[in-house]
Ligand binder design. Sequence first.
Ligand code: FES
Ligand code: FES
Length: 157
Amino acid sequence: MTARLSVTLKINGAERTAAVRPFDTLLTTLREDLALQGSKRGCNQGVCGACTVLIDGRPVRSCLSLTANCVDAEVTTIEGLAPEGRLCAIQKAFVETGAVQCGFCTSGMLLAAHACLQSNAKPTADDVKRALSGNLCRCSGYKKIVDAVLLAAEGGI
Ligand code: FES
Ligand code: FES
């Protein structure tokens, strides 16, 4: 049995401690040790973007990130975008435009969109498409997703 090491992570503004194995990914730690299951396991090999979280504000695939390498970082998960259950503007815009179908890609999309708007408050549709290009939606709802990010950027929600 592989020994576990206690690590403390900064997640959504709070310190969280978990006992992790050296090979544990951040996705495994979030979902299986910290009950933060908003980050989805899709391909588990860095392709789909469903597991996207923010590390120091940048979108990162948590299925490819070792937990042990995240100790000094600020991690934001989808749960951090809606503290106390209050939806942020981008989440409201996704609801408004019908950008959520099965929802499996949605948390990763939202975090990539959040990072996009943090770096560019007034993106064009092409800017949004580029920012979300690493996130796949098997329900093919891309137009509504882009519309939602633009709606949030316009403050229309
Ligand atoms: Fe991480 Fe698909 S689950 S990129
Ligand atoms: Fe189903 Fe995107 S809404 S995968």
